[in-house]
Design a protein around this ligand. Structure first.
Ligand code: NAD
Ligand code: MN
Length: 514
């Protein structure tokens, strides 16, 4: 039985954060732009192009970064292929020891990595600190999975007279991770640890808005003793650097996390030359609140998950279906919670809603707010641009709309503190509406009746089905999407994830004829 009172349920909140000198020095890089990391060397790139990574809450330029083009992607594939020859045969215990050393160095430089997340990514400390813990948890989980899953030869079976057969499991070779900007440290960890521990060499393509953590982690990996070429980082724009990765046939496997449109585009390219792929994509998360729920308590909890990373979380709740019997007090409480969010600079104490990551996102969100109204959403909180005194960032107010079944005013992922609330007649109606979306990442049911909640939750067309919680992630359980939110691939953070980074061949051996 929960002992939470509604006042104890708060939005994710910032503590004051002061930027460590080591982060500032890393960014300044002695006055030179930060290069990509290819074969253990810092590379400025043949395009002579750079881009700036900024703090979204202040528009301060944090670092200038070199953009990697076709030649650099080709060079990264080449060094990664060469490094693969010995990395795949490096004993597992040695790979695990290197991973452990890398995790220790991340712990040593926790403040620097928090600065990457808070300053470069625009995140509040409460979330950034939680994200940081994923480095160790993910590394430890996949180290244990790697010890459990047999690589190499499977058990032989007799397949005919004088013929035996068995499976042979091996890493792909060169694997690339294409990462979005919203959870850079988490998603880099979720990619690198299973990919490396299963014996692949890797290329990381960080998002153009948040290149710093991947570059920093690659430096730490070199310090830890990873051989050159095992971990490469190619910063740059998606349509340039990312596209070159997708088009390079030497990349055997791609792990993509990002939007469905880009994921679909990359899959089509990869399919032309036989590169395999796993995809973790966007969502339009729903929550169903049953008639027996406490409207205020649940409205505040739902509000917390509408606002997680200012709504820039893949499985954020954006669609709420609440039983008519409790709809009025629920909507009042959710509105009050969202209205009371402290809008401010993400590194200032008390901030709960900071700036969105870039001007394109701001434009998209403001446009989506007006589209919601023109599609029939009734405004409860109107959104619009917010001002934060002394800060030049892309700040937007929260948006909340009341809607009704049949009014389709929230059809696509809006990456902000943005939600529609729809009063419904029954749980069945709520389920049908929740499942009418093409997305299928995560959904939740809220009720004190756990049996009823579970029975309903299992009927979601989503990869993550939750009762009285949302945005849940645990190692050992797959985190993946149905519909346009995911696949192929077995999701992240489970044994299937590890298997995704391997391929299986069938080997037949017959007695020599005669
Ligand atoms: P995005 O799809 O625009 O970009 C993701 C990555 O793909 C970036 O590194 C980008 O540079 C790269 N890219 C862009 N165009 C490319 C191309 N033509 N070829 C190759 N690479 C290209 O997504 P975003 O805006 O950075 O991230 C937000 C999206 O990610 C949202 O939809 C969010 O829900 C989703 N997401 C999903 C998960 C999950 O686990 N399912 C987690 C986090 C974010
Ligand atoms: Mn940035």
């Amino acid at each position: 039985m929960s002992t939470a009172t509604s006042e104890s349920i708060q939005a994710f909140t910032a503590a004051a954060f002061s930027t460590p000198d080591k982060f500032t020095e890393f960014c300044a890089n002695g006055g030179k732009p930060l290069g990509g990391i290819i074969g253990g060397k810092s590379v400025s790139g043949s395009m002579n192009a750079t881009f700036q990574s900024t703090d979204p809450g202040s528009q301060e330029v944090l670092a200038t970064v070199c953009e990697m083009g076709e030649a650099e992607v080709a060079a990264a594939v080449d060094v990664a292929q060469k490094a693969f020859a010995s990395w795949k045969d490096t004993p597992l215990e040695d790979r695990i020891a290197l991973v452990n050393k890398l995790v220790q160095l991340c712990d040593r430089d926790r403040d620097v990595l928090l600065a990457c997340e808070i300053r470069d990514g625009g995140k509040v400390s409460e979330l950034a600190e939680g994200d940081f813990t994923q480095i160790r948890e993910c590394a430890e989980y996949f180290s244990s999975v790697a010890q459990k899953i047999a690589m190499g030869d499977g058990a032989a079976m007799k397949v005919g007279d004088g013929v035996k057969g068995y499976t042979y499991r091996e890493p792909w070779g060169v694997v690339a991770g294409i990462i979005p900007w919203n959870y850079p440290i988490v998603l880099t960890s979720w990619f690198i640890f299973p990919a490396l521990l299963s014996g692949n060499t890797i290329i990381i393509k960080p998002a153009e808005d948040t290149p710093l953590s991947a570059l920093y982690i690659a430096n730490l990996a070199a310090e830890a003793g990873f051989p050159p070429g095992v971990i490469n980082v190619v910063p740059g724009r998606g349509e340039i650097t990312g596209q070159c990765i997708a088009e390079h046939p030497g990349v055997r496997y791609i792990s993509f996390t990002g939007s469905p449109g880009i994921g679909q585009h990359i899959l089509r390219i990869c399919d032309r030359h036989g590169t395999r792929m796993k995809r973790e994509m966007g969502g339009n998360g729903s929550a169903i609140v049953l008639d027996d729920a406490d409207p205020e308590l649940v409205a505040r909890t739902v509000g917390r998950y509408v606002n997680q990373h200012f709504g820039q979380t893949c499985c954020t709740i954006h669609r709420v279906y609440v039983d008519k019997k409790i709809a009025d007090p629920f909507i009042d409480a959710q509105k009050a919670f969202m209205e009371d969010l402290t809008i401010g600079y993400q590194a200032d104490e008390g901030t709960q809603l900071g700036a969105v990551v870039n001007p394109t996102q701001q434009r998209r969100i403001l446009q989506a707010q007006s589209e919601t109204v023109s599609r029939g959403g009734e405004v409860l909180l109107s959104g619009g641009v917010a001002e934060v005194s002394g800060r030049d960032g892309f700040y937007i107010k929260p948006a909340l709309y009341r809607t009704e079944p049949g009014v389709d005013c929230n059809p696509k992922e809006v990456f902000h503190t943005f939600a529609t609330v729809c009063p419904v007649d029954s749980a069945e109606q709520a389920l049908q509406l929740a499942n009418s979306s093409p997305y299928g990442l995560g959904a939740s049911v809220w009720t004190p009746d756990l049996d009823r909640g579970v029975a309903l939750a299992k009927q979601f067309r989503d990869g993550t089905c939750q009762v009285n919680c949302h945005n849940s992630v645990a190692y050992g359980l797959p985190y993946g999407g149905q519909g346009i939110s995911g696949g192929p691939g077995g999701g992240v953070n489970c044994e299937d994830t590890f298997l995704d980074y391997t391929q299986v061949k069938a080997v037949y051996v017959a007695d020599y004829p005669g």
